[in-house]
Design a protein around this ligand. Structure first.
Ligand SMILES: *Cc1c(COP(=O)(O)O)cnc(C)c1O
Length: 386
């Protein structure tokens, strides 16, 4: 192993947005200056340009940017007419935003367990969730699958599962934009995909942002209207045909994203190389993240599992050694006060509960050099040895 001295180049970060900014600051400054020059702060030309480039990148036919990943989910559910009496099946191990929109629209989430290896929603759990929904007098209407930590959910199986049961399949790709399964990229799965450009996501802006991606033209049209207060297509903004939201992406954020998208493919390759180096160094000491030949994660997080009895002490030791870590998520959604009264799939949520007690995310970004990666590996191995 390399010697275990701290690498001296500044404090290590879990996600280093500063290193990326140093690389592209000049381009970002110019891009923002162009927006200040033309002055079209809302739905300016950069918004359409970004949507076209995101469509090319992902393979989705239609892309509608919006103000956040949460808005992308909300607008998608509104376009699908989800509301009172509807059950929306969601994994219990996710960020709060996943079930939030369903509740705000009067629908009920039904929490479903995850797969032990992938951390993504389990098909057996979904089957049980459908029964639970019916027992609670709810109409099973939609699945929100989450691509946790950047690994796409098992969409080949999920697409069939959903269409066999006439359920809408919404992909919460807030953490996975840029990931793929075979030759298909995230954005082209399910009925509609919601992603986030929150600063720390793999493709992030300098504020809040998000996008809806779909191959379905009627969903796209509805989402386009809903994100702009429900205005009629092609009409002026005082011609309103439905109740909508103010959920547009700012032109300045679109300009920032265009510069970041230009280096995104390269960043994805580097993320993947970092993950491979971590896994090679760590897999004999901890449970390393699951990988398949088929599904390629975008590594929003590199998340290991350690025995719950030692996790706190591992975190403490790594902190002392200058290695930042985070726990995503320390509590599954169904035990949060705001969500504890919603139905849980009959087979239980034991896998999600255990994951919450064992997960630990390590520094992961495309600007970690080999010495830093080796240092992280060395310190994690030492920390779990005791
Ligand atoms: C970040 C995130 C969201 C919400 O995105 P925002 O842009 O912060 O609104 C939704 N779902 C998941 C799984 C996320 O990680």
């Amino acid at each position: 192993m390399p010697d275990s001295k701290k690498p001296c180049a500044g404090a290590m970060k879990l996600i280093d947005l500063g290193a990326q900014q140093d690389r592209i600051r000049r381009q970002i400054d110019k891009a923002i200056a162009r927006v200040l020059d033309h002055g079209q702060y809302i739905m300016g030309p950069e918004v359409g340009e970004l949507e076209a480039q995101l469509a090319t990148f992902s393979g989705a036919k239609f892309v509608l940017t919006c103000a956040s990943g949460t808005d992308a989910l909300t607008v998608s559910l509104m376009a699908a007419g989800i509301g009172r009496g509807d059950a929306v099946l969601c994994p219990a191990f996710t960020y709060t935003a996943t079930p939030e929109a369903a509740v705000l629209l009067g629908a009920s989430p039904v929490f479903v367990d995850i797969d032990e290896q992938t951390f993504n929603v389990s098909l057996e759990g979904l089957e049980a969730g459908i029964q639970t929904a019916k027992q609670n007098g709810l109409r099973p209407a939609a699945i929100i699958a989450v691509d946790l930590f950047g690994l796409p959910a098992d969409y080949r199986k999920l697409e069939k599962f959903a269409s066999d049961r006439s359920l809408l399949l919404i992909c919460d790709a807030a953490q996975s934009f840029g990931a793929s399964i075979g030759s298909r990229r995230v954005g082209a799965f399910g009925d509609v995909t919601a992603t986030s450009f929150f600063p720390s996501k793999p493709l992030g802006c300098y504020g809040d942002g998000g996008a809806i991606l779909t191959n379905n033209e009627s969903i796209a049209r509805l989402c386009d209207s809903i994100r702009q207060h429900g205005k009629a297509k092609g009409a002026d903004k005082y011609n309103i045909e439905r109740v909508g939201l103010n959920a547009r992406l700012d032109t300045i954020q679109a300009a920032v994203l265009l510069e970041k998208l230009a280096i995104f493919s390269e960043e994805i390759s580097v993320r993947s190389a970092v993950a491979s180096r971590y896994t090679a160094g760590l897999q004999s000491s901890v449970i390393a993240p699951y990988e398949t030949a088929d599904a390629r994660s975008v590594w929003a997080q590199y998340t290991i599992r350690v025995d719950s009895a030692i996790r706190d002490s591992v975190i403490e030791k790594l902190k002392r050694d200058g290695v930042p870590t985070a726990v995503y998520y320390p509590r599954p959604i169904h035990v949060q006060a705001a969500y504890s009264s919603f139905p849980r799939a009959g087979t239980g949520l034991a896998v999600a509960e255990r994951a919450s007690a064992e997960v630990l995310s390590l520094p992961m970004h495309p600007y970690l050099d080999a010495d830093q990666q080796d240092y992280v590996i060395d310190r994690v191995r030492a920390a779990v040895r005791g």
